[in-house]
Design a protein. Structure first.
Length: 442
């Protein structure tokens, strides 16, 4: 089988790969860019498994910039370009105990949001009780709550500019725009088995590359035995990054972690319907995305409204006790009902008794691709551009990350994000990282 040559190969057609392919093609119209994925269509892996929520309420000004500009671009796509993303500004509401609210990390978080102009407001317990009558704020004499390390809700931190959208529609937007301007038909059902690491320059000696030679990645090898060559290989392979990078000695510093969502339907359940259609937070007249106070070893149970299904999706950012893996495994797709019943449900029903005795009608799992500081990694080394490490918030950062990857491709020192704000192109690199670490990871 003969080699094929392109200017750029983008491996991975999740939201990060598709958006990156689009920006590189848009700004380099003559280049031949091949987008490939082992699944049968774009956006079918973790992009489709997400809670599909977007927020600019981060503690790190780096993440604030990445999300704020991306969210504004999503609004632009929907409002001005007429591409429906089902972007609904339901808002995000963090429920916090007294101690948690007064903790220095929360003070710093609020200070940094104020400094960056991220809008938020604080509700006290009485205001919360009035807005959400179904919220239990009284754990006095509740031995179970004490045993479970649950804190009484004292405050709420609310961001009105946050919301939910349909990631499939977002992927469609980038994919359709990419196809309009690209010269090469994307390929699906193609598994990349390894990166093509070669001597630079090649001397065509048997056994190359040797340790004394310079080396670079000149493309990929696929499971069909094809050798696909390119000057630049973009790796947007999400929670599978290590599979391709580790074997050639590039340390991505990324780890995969399983995350799950459970679906609860509210039909015919008055208390749950009342909760779903809580007024006063947004124009949709629904409960925002709600994050419960941190319990025990740092796991925050959360839920988001799902208005089309008249229900909720429940999840949890469990920390200690949930394994990190080398790459995402097949088991990630399965939701563990015992995890819901024994870990999430007792917490959820304590704060919101409307969930008591209601069972999930379904659920699914997927993977986060964690970086050490919970800030994405975008860098160019050895002929490879890596776009990854979104640490559970890649949809909401996708536009900014893709623009940074394109700036790296073009050798620009700065990337211009939507709205004109700028970031050094190597700010998210491993070698010249200039980021504020994040501690508001859900
Ligand atoms: C339960 C859950 C909830 C989440 N909630 C949110 C949320 O509310 N908001 C948010 O912004 N983010 C959320 N996320 C995170 C978000 O889903 C990810 O950050 C985002 O999808 C990352 O996009 P990606 O393109 O890197 O990954 P993916 O969508 O996983 O795409 C990677 C692609 O690479 C392909 N690939 C990998 N290796 C190879 C190979 N060797 N050959 C060919 N193809 C390959 C895969 O098939 C896949 O299509 C959540 C994730 C989970 C699991």
């Amino acid at each position: 089988m003969s080699d094929e040559t392109f200017d750029v190969i983008v491996v991975g057609a999740g939201v990060l790969g598709v958006a990156t392919a689009y920006y590189i093609q848009k700004n380099n119209p003559d280049k031949r860019i091949l987008l490939i994925d082992r699944l049968s269509a774009p956006g079918q892996a973790n992009t489709a498994m997400s809670a599909a929520a977007v927020r600019n309420m981060f503690a790190s000004s780096t993440n604030q910039l990445l999300t704020d500009t991306s969210i504004k671009f999503f609004e632009h796509i929907q409002e001005e370009m007429g591409h429906e993303l089902m972007f609904e500004k339901v808002g995000y509401l963090w429920l916090l105990g007294e101690e948690q609210f007064n903790h220095e990390s929360v003070k710093l978080w609020m200070e940094r949001m104020e400094r960056s102009g991220v809008h938020f407001r604080v509700y006290n317990k009485e205001e919360l009780k009035e807005l959400i009558p179904g919220l239990n704020t009284d754990f006095s004499n509740d031995e179970e709550a004490e045993l479970m390390n649950l804190r009484e809700v004292a405050y709420g931190l609310f961001g009105a500019d946050c919301g939910v959208l349909d990631p499939t529609r977002l992927v469609d937007f980038y994919y359709e725009e990419f196809k309009k301007i690209s010269h090469v038909k994307p390929r699906f059902g193609v598994n990349v088995t390894r990166l093509l690491l070669e001597a630079d320059p090649k001397l065509d000696l048997p056994g190359e590359p040797f340790v004394w030679q310079f080396k670079r990645v000149n493309g990929v090898v696929t499971d069909k035995g094809e050798v696909l060559r390119a000057e630049t290989t973009v790796l947007a392979t999400g929670a599978w990054a290590n599979e391709l990078l580790d074997p050639i000695g590039m340390n991505s510093l990324l780890k995969a972690k399983k995350r799950q969502l459970f679906v609860i339907h509210a039909q015919d359940k008055k208390d749950l319907l009342d909760l779903l259609y809580t007024k006063g937070f947004n124009e949709l007249g629904c409960i925002p995305f709600v994050i419960l106070p941190t319990a025990g070893a740092g796991g925050s149970v959360y839920f988001r409204p799902q208005l089309e299904e008249k229900g909720f999706w429940i999840g949890c950012g469990d920390k200690l006790g949930r394994a990190y893996d080398y790459v995402q495994t097949e088991d990630y797709a399965n939701s563990e009902i015992s995890y819901y019943e024994l870990s999430l449900y007792p917490v959820l029903s304590k704060y919101f008794p409307a969930f008591a005795d209601v069972k999930p009608v379904g659920g699914w799992g997927g993977g986060y691709s964690y970086s050490p500081d919970a800030i994405p990694t975008v860098y160019k080394e050895n002929g490879v551009i890596v776009v990854n490490g979104a640490s559970g918030s890649g949809i909401m950062k996708s536009d900014a990350l893709a623009r940074i990857a394109d700036a790296l491709y073009r050798g620009q020192p700065e990337a211009e994000l939507y709205g004109g704000r700028k970031i050094p192109s190597d700010a998210l690199s491993l070698k010249h990282r200039q980021v504020e670490p994040e501690n508001v990871v859900i």
